[in-house]
Design a protein. Structure first.
Ligand code: EPZ
Length: 419
């Protein structure tokens, strides 16, 4: 077990480069199971979840070879159709192999992901969609068993705009007979990135990035080269790091248009924000102003930046209200922030954050990927030393975060946690 130690109170200055987007890389990698030749996928973030997905693909029989910051994948020789519990329990996005395996082989066995720190996170909408496409779904002994001689294109009206549900169904529809319509689809940029990759392989997906996606089934896909989009959540995390330390931080090789809701909130809290076609620079005000935030599906304010925003609100001038509308229970970072002197009261989906002049460093515990990021930001702003334990959560989605923070002037290092 390792922990990260931060000595806070220093404004961050400088420029970091956005890594590839974890939440685009995962469905893109899973989609190679649709078969059809060799795929060169570049700009993968060097994070644990990507390594886990590559391990799962290899376990299923695909050939996965490192190629710089990317991989070369050939999935023509898949032997197993089962994603085992031991692996799925470490990463619920493993459920993304269900759609491709079912569409290509007519069968898939995937462990139910189970809950996680940010709520139960069921996959019922994925399974209802597969049934609509003609699959038989059985749940037994904690596994999803899905069968279909040949998926038939249909209209699917999603009850909620589930991100991985939209991705799973879009992938399955690529090889179905006929046309599939996914209505009330999630509109996250990562879904557009997946569709661009699928279309580069000969699929016929239109409307990705809108709530109405149309997929015309094809008989098979072909090889392709692709570069994964930059990570908008990592980008937002570093911009908020600049704000919460009273600094001046620029993130390059990102897509500013993916962060409009955050940029307008940062401006509202007093930041000076400069954008170019592929970079965003944030200069913090002398004192961050409190503001209210509601998380929503894209293009609303992303739930994956809620914990980071809360860290910033802890030292803002005034009182902020943060409402988490996407995941129930995504406030596990609150008690840890309170240990650092934050003044927060939670009532259901609402957290009222009363800004305090200064946080103080403390020993805190990471609970999930984005909560860990929120605690890092609080530690950067706090007076004194903060130790964040269980940083394996952080490593799932942030590439070498302490190196990037050090390059901005932070005093941060990783060390083995004492027993
Ligand atoms: C994706 O998770 C992301 N993960 C999450 O990022 C992100 O927080 C989330 O979308 C929302 O933006 C990946 O892309 C790998 P959902 P996903 O299905 O697809 C409910 C991170 O930190 N729901 O859009 O699992 C669900 O419980 C991670 O990188 C059902 O009820 O999220 C939740 O309340 C964390 N039934 C809401 O919908 C279903 O079948 C949104 O979930 C599916 C979802």
């Amino acid at each position: 077990m390792t922990r990260i130690t931060i000595t806070g109170g220093r404004p961050l200055h400088g420029r970091v480069q956005a890594a590839g987007a974890k939440n685009a890389a995962l469905p893109i990698l899973a989609s190679t199971l649709l078969g059809g030749g060799e795929c060169h996928i570049a700009n993968l973030p060097q994070v644990r979840d990507v390594a886990t997905m590559n391990t799962l693909l290899s376990l299923l029989g695909a050939s996965v070879k490192q190629e710089g910051t990317g991989v070369v994948i050939k999935a023509d020789s898949v032997q197993s159709l089962e994603a085992p519990y031991d692996l799925v329990k470490t990463m619920r996005a493993s459920v993304l192999v269900l759609g491709p395996l079912l569409a290509r082989f007519g069968e898939a066995v995937v462990s139910l992901p189970g809950g996680c720190a940010i709520g139960p996170r069921p996959v019922n909408l994925h399974l209802d969609g597969f049934k609509k496409l003609g699959a038989t779904i059985e749940l037994e002994h904690g596994y999803i068993r899905a069968y279909a001689s040949k998926l038939q294109g249909q209209r699917i009206d999603l009850e909620m705009p589930t991100v991985t549900g939209t991705e799973n169904l879009m992938m399955a529809a690529c090889l179905a007979n006929g046309t599939t319509i996914i209505n009330n689809a999630a509109m996250e940029p990562e879904i557009e990135d997946l569709a661009n990759f699928l279309n580069a392989r000969g699929a016929k997906v239109s409307g990705a990035g809108t709530s109405h996606i149309v997929v015309e089934g094809v008989s098979q896909l072909h090889e392709a080269e692709y570069r994964v989009m930059p990570d908008r959540i990592e980008t937002g995390t570093f911009l908020i790091a600049g704000m919460v330390t009273g600094g001046d931080v620029e993130v390059s090789q990102c897509i500013p248009g993916h962060l409009d809701p955050l940029i307008s909130k940062l401006r509202e809290s007093g930041a000076e924000v400069h954008e170019t076609s592929d970079s965003i620079r944030v200069k913090a005000p002398a004192k961050v102003q409190a503001l209210d935030v509601q998380t929503c599906p894209y293009p609303g304010f992303p739930t994956d930046l809620q914990a980071q925003m809360m860290a910033m609100m802890c030292v803002a001038e005034g009182t902020s209200v943060i409402t988490e509308n996407v995941f129930e229970g995504r406030f596990l970072h609150v008690p840890e922030l309170q240990r650092m002197g934050a003044s927060i009261t939670v009532d259901g989906a609402r957290a009222v954050v009363k800004g305090v002049p200064q946080l103080t460093g403390a020993q805190v515990m990471a609970s999930d990927l984005r909560a860990s990021a929120g605690l890092i930001l609080a530690g950067l702003a706090a007076e004194g030393e903060t130790q964040i334990n269980r940083v394996y959560h952080l490593d799932r989605g942030y590439e070498r975060i302490e190196d990037k923070l050090q390059s901005l002037g932070a005093i941060v290092h990783r060390e083995p946690a004492s027993a």
